[in-house]
Design a protein around this ligand. Structure first.
Ligand code: HEC
Length: 169
């Protein structure tokens, strides 16, 4: 009895891998590679929008965060698409956006709304300069007039009062 059970277990453990090997290997999962236009609308555009909105509200902590997110969105787009048609994406991004991004970083650090507005317009001009260089002049980016995010607050949070401290509301 014992040896029968043992044999069954041993056979079972041998049979399993053999049965597995007889099956066709599972196809490798196809990795999703968004197009450059997808990355623009999924990552670059919302970052640009949010940066404009938080800058307008002089929410400098958020603006600092969003600026880095935008830089990373550009970096990832350039990594995914080193070249778009004949255009070197990373090189174009660098040459066009480096200055406005640096000006934005300075404005955010100085908490200067006027400098921020100027640098933000420069960045927006850079977006369009690249679209024109890529022969995509119908894609025109502008300074956002209103928030497309109905569920998000862009004004800086009010400092917590003593009464609310320690509560979960
Ligand atoms: C490398 C230069 C370059 C820069 C810089 C750039 N873009 Fe683009 N963008 C492109 C190209 C090229 C396309 C078209 C890609 C495609 O069709 O696959 C595009 C497409 C887009 C689209 C897609 C429109 C649609 O309807 O699909 C949006 C939105 C966009 N860009 C926003 C921006 C914003 C906002 C910025 C600046 C913060 C920016 N882009 C900066 C090159 C650039």
């Amino acid at each position: 009895m014992t040896s029968f059970v043992l044999r069954a277990v041993l056979l079972g453990s041998l049979a399993l891998p053999i049965a597995g090997a007889a099956q066709l290997p599972a196809p490798a999962p196809q990795s999703y590679r968004p197009g450059l236009g997808d990355l623009m609308t999924m990552t670059v555009q919302p970052r640009h929008t949010m940066l404009g909105l938080v800058g307008r509200e002089q929410n400098w902590v958020y603006a600092n965060y969003e600026l880095h997110e935008l830089e990373e969105a550009f970096e990832r787009a350039a990594r995914a698409w080193p070249q778009w048609r004949s255009m070197p994406v990373g090189g174009m991004i660098n040459s066009l956006t480096k200055e406005p991004l640096a000006a934005l970083a300075q404005a955010v650090k100085a908490a200067d709304a006027t400098r921020f507005a100027t640098a933000y317009r420069q960045l927006t001009v850079a977006c369009n300069a690249c679209h024109q260089a890529a022969n995509q002049r119908m894609i025109v980016i502008k300074v956002p007039e209103a928030s497309p995010f109905p569920d998000q607050e862009f004004r800086p949070p009010k400092p917590r009062s003593d009464a609310s401290r320690g509560r979960f509301v």
